[in-house]
Design a protein around this ligand. Structure first.
Ligand code: SF4
Length: 461
């Protein structure tokens, strides 16, 4: 209702909604853009309200875009401290590093590995978000050549890393139109970096573990008209340094969201690759880097720079991001229906599962990877997993009956036997009564289906 008060109230339908109230509820959910209400911007008499509403709707933490085109990354833009209060909107962007002393072939190969990495998880391919190009040589031309080679290989957003403004500028000249993020301005170089940011109009990271200094840098940049700011309060990998790192991230986010302090309400940068500065052994370093990354993903890094691109690092880091940043208001679900796994016949088993995506893909993968030709009937449990759906009555004998009938299960198998998950065992008797099918109770864990098949299929064995 608070949002609705600022809208024209004519219910004209230009935004695609029947009423202004419906549009207001979409604005609240951030599932539409304010600009869709064209009268608000085209009719002079609504101009003030339009501006006020834009301010009211702005997220607590400023949203910043890095890169251009389809792979541009949005970071920040959050409104809450805890995901369950609403949702998080922009997941932590993961940038993996390359450096300007790499031999060119090695450089291009690493860029290609980062840009093309993908992992299938719960129905979609996870990918990585950005590449951080580090100046190790300290030479501006060497850095520019490295940035150029990286930009030739990928359209991923870039983070240009050096504390020398001259080095940054040479890199920036190569990719000025690609909206890279600069890393970083600190208390020693801020004047030169500020000039660069104003000339090239790109986002910038400000670095200081001293929160007063960080605040002061942010105020200086924003007073100069620079608003696309990312804050790096430093990541220290061990002991009290680690505890302080965690406290600084939480403190800044709390001040930005709960205390409404706009001076620090910017996205946060974490650099877990500092783990490599203290651990000589690569396995130790990549392990601790992943630990630091996990801390940052949970609280409250919006972008991070990492080094290890080994699968044990990438899978852990990227999967955690995906899990923290799913919308808790919408269970990730798949369409209900009757699926074929492999090449089933009328004598193949018919397994039942729910339409919670993680459950479905786990069961489907356990069946297909074990080459079990079968049917899999997927009940609409409103996106709930088996155990929760049985408890919450989204999975019932009646709903199983409806699903079997809707998708013509009886025409696909001759045996009229249904295998339900072990976690739904308590529905077996009622399901037999309601459906007229013979019900077998499968294992609680679909990974045990092959062993279960040896003992239980075919049923007359
Ligand atoms: S376009 Fe604006 S005025 Fe028209 S219905 Fe939508 S919100 Fe209301």
């Amino acid at each position: 209702m608070e949002i609705w008060k600022y809208l024209p109230g004519t219910n004209c339908g230009e935004c695609g909604e029947k009423t202004c109230l419906a549009f207001a509820s979409h604005l609240k959910e951030r599932s539409t853009r304010l600009e869709e209400c064209t009268p608000l911007f085209e009719d002079e008499k609504y101009a003030d309200k339009g501006k006020q509403l834009a301010e009211l709707l702005a997220p607590e933490i400023r949203e910043i875009e890095i890169g251009v085109g389809a792979r541009a990354a949005k970071i920040g833009g959050e409104d809450v401290m805890y995901r369950h209060e609403l949702t998080f909107y922009n997941r932590t962007a993961l940038a993996y590093d390359v450096w300007d002393t790499m031999e060119e072939g090695e450089l291009r190969e690493r860029v290609s590995r980062i840009a093309n990495w993908r992992k299938f998880y719960v129905g979609e391919f996870l990918t990585l978000d950005a590449i951080a190009v580090r100046s190790v040589s300290g030479d501006a031309q060497t850095f520019a050549a490295c940035v150029n080679a990286v930009a030739e290989e990928t359209d991923l957003p870039l983070v240009l890393c050096s504390f020398d403004a001259k080095v940054l500028e040479e890199g920036l000249k190569v990719v000025a139109g690609k909206n890279p993020l600069l890393y970083a301005a600190d208390k020693t170089n801020w004047k030169d970096v500020l000039e660069l940011v104003k000339s090239y109009n790109v986002p910038v990271t400000l670095f200081s573990p001293d929160l007063d200094m960080l605040n002061s840098l942010a105020l200086t940049f924003s007073s100069a008209g620079v608003e696309d700011i990312v804050l790096d309060p430093g990541v220290y990998p061990t002991g009290e340094g680690l505890a302080d790192t965690f406290s600084r991230f939480v403190r800044i986010r709390r001040v930005g969201i709960e205390e409404g302090d706009k001076e620090v309400a910017y996205p946060l940068m974490s650099v877990p690759m500092t783990a490599w500065m203290i651990h000589g052994d690569a396995l130790d370093a990549s392990y601790w880097e992943a630990v630091l990354a996990a801390i940052g993903i949970i609280k409250y890094a919006d972008i991070m720079i990492l080094h290890s691109i080994e699968p044990h690092s990438l899978i852990a880091e990227r999967t955690l991001v995906e899990n923290v940043y799913t919308d808790p208001r919408r269970p990730v679900s798949v369409e209900p229906g009757l699926r074929e796994v492999g090449t089933p016949t009328e004598h193949s088993p018919l397994f039942l599962t729910t339409n919670f995506a993680l459950t479905y893909y786990t069961v489907e993968s356990d069946l297909s990877s074990n080459k079990i030709d079968s049917y899999l009937i997927v009940v609409d449990s409103e996106g709930m997993g088996v155990e929760a759906a049985v408890a919450g009555e989204q999975l019932t004998a009646e709903r199983i009956k409806e699903t079997l009938e809707s998708y013509g299960a009886e025409k696909r198998v001759k045996h009229k036997t249904l295998v339900i998950p072990g976690l739904a065992a308590r529905l077996s008797g009622e399901t037999e009564d309601v459906t007229g099918w013979t019900v077998l109770v499968g294992p609680r864990d679909s990974g045990r289906i092959p062993g279960w098949m040896d003992d239980n299929w075919p049923p007359e064995k």
